[in-house]
Structures are given as C-alpha cells and as structure tokens.
Design a protein around this ligand. Sequence first.
Ligand code: PDD
Length: 291
Amino acid sequence: MSRIAYVNGQYVLHRDAAVHIEDRGYQFSDGIYEVTAIYKGRPVDNDGHWDRLERSLRELRIDMPMTRGGLDLVAREVVRRNRVRNGIIYIQITRGVSPRNHPFPKDTPPSIVMTARHGLGSKPEVAAKGVSLISHPDIRWGRRDIKTVSLLPNVLAKQAAYEQHAYEAILVGPDGMVSECSSSNAWIVTKDGALVTRPLSNDILGGITRKRLIDLADAEGLRVEERSFSLDEAKAAREVFVSSTSSFAMPVVRIDDSVIGNGHPGSIVTNLRARYFDFLESASGPLWYGH
Ligand code: PDD
C-alpha cells in the first residue's frame, strides 16, 4: 500500500509530495503544526488540537486555510487512505508561497500539508523501565506557547539527548527553573504526593496531554500544583515524568547523574498512565478508520 499525503488540496503519493522552494515555512519557518494521535481509529482529543491550531494561527496572523469541518474531513481522509488505526497525524500550515521578503505577502493563501504515520508510543517495556533525561539550556524564543515549526533549539536539545542515550532533554532557563522538554511537558511528584507542572504562559507549549492528565489527576483526587520548579527540585523529587501526544505519561528514572526515587517508575505516574489508557479506550468520538 502506498502512503498518501495531502498537499494544498490534493492527495498525492507521499514520495512525490512537495511544496515550493519559496514556501515561507521552508525559508522563514513561518508556520505552525499539530500532531494528533489516532488510537484504535479515533483521533485523541481532537477538539483540543484544533483549538490549539487555530490559536497558533491567530497569534501569527495566518489565515485558517479551511474551516474546522474541512480540517476534520481532510484529516479523516488522510487517516483512512493510509489505513492508520494506531498512529499519528501531522498537520502543517504555513503563510504560503511568495518571493522571499520578510513582511507578510499580500493575497497569498496559506499552505497546508497533512500526513499520517503508523505507530503510536514506545514499546511497553520503555515505560515499564522508565527513561532518562539530560538537562539542557532552554535557548528558545519568547513565544513557546505557539506551536511553530521553528524547532531548531528543540532539535539541538533532542540530539544532545540522543547522543547521550537519553529519551529527552529537560530544558532549563538561566534562573535554574525547568520550562518543559524538547518535545514534551515536564512534571514532578513531590514527597507529599502533589503533581507539579509549570503553569501555562509564553514559556511553555500548552500540551493537550498535559491538560488531559490534569483532568485525570483531579478525577483521581490527586493534588495538582501548576507552578515552576527548579532542576534541583526535579532531581530530588519522588517521581518525575514527561507528557506528550505520543509518550502519554512517561516515567523518568534518571536526570543527568541523579537517580529519581528508587530508580524505578513511581506509583503515581504508573497509575496516571493507566488512567490515560482508560481514557484512550473510552474515547467515543468519530471513528476515522476501521470499525
Ligand atoms: N510535541 N512541549 C513541546 C515543546 C512539544 O513539542 C510538545 C509536543 C509538547 C506536548 O504537547 P502535546 O501533549 O499536545 O503533544 C510539549 C509533539 C508531539 C511533536 O513535536 O512531535
């Protein structure tokens, strides 16, 4: 079966899918993206992802290329044509194609691309064992709340993590405080069992999984504190974990040379991860692929 991508109004073979060299996403990273999970044929937290996509576009003054209903239709078709039951869908929208010039072009329609890929999350053994993080300076810009394709600092941080055989890089500001990770949000559990994650602001991306986990933690009667925490506090925490569309809630057992807790995934994140799977299983939204 051939992979199919959606590019500016057409479904094309993935290997032939292309945008113009003067696409502003390519030249200026002038665009935004979303990554939504497909679990058992259903999009996960679809409304949350479309809300964030609309917000990212609004903040950058890029027009919505189509209505939300249109986005749904195309996303569903991409999932169906690629027969993705468990995987991710990637949506990218840029300010469009125009001769290279910094100011916004006039009367230029945005470019939109959607792809879908099989495979969601790591193997169960990864979460069962827990993962390690390296700390890395957060050198990003001041609007990390916008999900732009401008990911170079994230790429460099993730590469540093990979070169040290770590799962993720936990990003630390000049004040020693953790913002998030290179492609996930960061959490700690305090000695008295409270979950702590950085409050929403321009300093972090408002993760859709982060929000879902806050709701699930609330429902479990866990205390959630949205406040900043330092790298030192994280290293001394009872538990640490990261969250994203594809890692769900992933237990962390080491940061740099510091072992977290007893070196095994903690009970709170293990339980929260299980509740996240319950949530995935209970999804009742539209079925995009399968039966
Ligand atoms: N990354 N923080 C950053 C910097 C991210 O890039 C992501 C997501 C998150 C978590 O957001 P969510 O829970 O909505 O996935 C936090 C995606 C998955 C990516 O870039 O592939």
